[in-house]
Design a protein around this ligand. Structure first.
Ligand code: NIG
Ligand code: FE
Length: 426
């Protein structure tokens, strides 16, 4: 028998998320996190080969002289975080919008004046490939240090065929050049550029852009910013229906700022996830539950828009909607890379329990990007994406906020980040 490369043992608490890989956890199942005391996990050639108590894993014969051992005594071990909704591929920043926001100028008003998303479109267009990659790599490194091991990335700061293709190509390059796994989403319908009406730009995306992205296999998902004044339910349906014909899986930014029937459209089209959903109606929530659409909730965006308005996560969970969490990392509505911050906000303002929040940030998030067979739980056969959290118990994770709870990040069975590089990891 071949020995494991790496053993993590003696965890006070190991959160495995076992049993949810077939379908996302809903309702009370979101609280079933597969806790093991004195937990251990062994990995070999990037994959998990044994899970159990320390005694069980040691007795299983996987641990030999060449196995590196890391003690997680007094600590919590969990699957790597999966961030299923980000816009991290761009150049520039928009700190100038903070003062406008503080003066009360609405988010969509800033966009109407040519700022917001359109300002990032300009700064990204002006940047070289290397500049965009260097800035994005830095954000991904921050994410990794905060425990995120898989990230969905949307295009949408291009808004022309060439610029959208460039963003998706750079996502592919970054995927192979750095540690975090990236899942690409085409989101050309992110804003309407000047010179186009909504209908003209919708026609352009459908006729000229989507078929080219599909032919080059540049993205797995297609997403649309469905919001009155951006893309109506009608335009969103046209774009997503075309994307479905071209074999994209679907996502939708729905009912974020106004209730417009985005959740209902999400259910009708059978999207994989509907995201934001702050203003989703009761009927919309029931329809998402009925169709098994995952609600990706983004409490850092609510927090940063500073409107004291959060998604009705408790109603969604009671209705049976599977809930996932993400950062929405972007330069306007959510300039953060931190899943730990999202977990805290989810507990305080979405009223999730720590168990529900962790389910939402791992296995349900993996389902939201079609990766639940590979990541999101600590189970034999899955990728060795594991965190050692420097906290005494699970409740401590959302409780102590604004800092980094992550001690060690393991990606595909290898230590890729450690809080104390000089002091090793044992
Ligand atoms: O998800 N809602 C649209 N897109 C982003 C914001 C992007 C930006 O402001 O640059 C979001 O919130
Ligand atoms: Fe977004």
């Amino acid at each position: 028998m071949k020995f494991a490369d790496l053993l993590i043992h003696s965890a006070s608490t190991m959160v495995t998320m076992e049993g949810h890989s077939g379908s996302p956890a809903r309702g009370e199942k979101m609280s079933e996190v597969g806790l093991r005391e004195d937990g251990a996990v062994a990995m070999r050639e990037g994959a998990i080969v044994a899970v159990g108590t320390t005694e069980e894993v040691l007795a299983g014969g996987w641990v030999g002289p060449e196995t590196r051992r890391i003690s997680a005594q007094g600590k919590v071990v969990s699957p790597g975080f999966v961030d299923p909704h980000t816009h991290v591929i761009y150049a520039g920043s928009r700190e100038n919008e903070l003062s406008l926001k503080l003066k009360g100028v609405p988010y969509l008003e800033i966009l109407k004046q040519g700022g917001g998303i359109l300002s990032t479109v300009r700064s990204t267009k002006q940047a070289t490939d290397e500049e965009i990659k260097a800035q994005t790599r830095r954000r991904l490194q921050t994410m990794l240090s905060l425990g995120t091991t898989t990230v969905e990335v949307k295009s949408g700061y291009g808004l022309t065929l060439d610029e959208e293709m460039r963003a998706l190509r750079l996502i592919k390059e970054l995927d192979s050049e750095q540690v975090i796994d990236l899942v690409p989403t085409f989101m050309g319908a992110h804003a309407v550029p000047s010179g186009y009406s909504e209908e003209e730009f919708t026609n352009y995306i459908i006729a000229d852009v989507l078929p080219q992205i599909a032919a080059r296999n540049l993205a797995e998902f297609c997403d649309v910013f469905c919001e009155p004044g951006i893309f109506s339910v009608h335009s969103s349906e046209r774009i997503l229906s075309k994307a479905k014909q071209l074999n994209f899986r679907l996502k939708i930014h729905a009912d974020e700022l106004d209730a417009a029937g985005g959740a209902e459209l999400a259910a009708k089209l059978g999207v994989t996830s509907a995201d934001h959903l702050l203003q989703a109606s009761d009927g919309g929530i029931a329809a998402l539950a009925e169709q098994g659409v995952i609600a990706v909730l983004l409490p850092a965006t609510s927090f940063n828009l500073a409107k004291n308005s959060y998604a009705r996560a408790r109603d969604m969970i009671s209705a049976g909607v599977p809930v996932a969490l993400a950062t929405d990392s972007n330069p306007g509505s959510s300039p953060t890379e931190s899943m730990p911050l999202v977990l805290t906000l989810a507990c305080l303002y979405l009223r999730l329990t720590p168990e529900e929040a962790l389910t939402a940030a791992t296995i349900n998030a993996a389902h939201a990007i079609g990766r639940a067979d590979e990541v999101g739980s600590i189970e034999v056969g899955k990728q060795g994406d594991v965190l050692i959290l420097d906290i005494p118990n699970l409740n401590y994770l959302p409780y102590h906020f604004g800092n980094n709870p992550v001690g060690t990040v393991i990606k595909r069975g290898k230590v890729v980040w450690n809080v104390n590089p000089l002091n090793g990891t044992s």
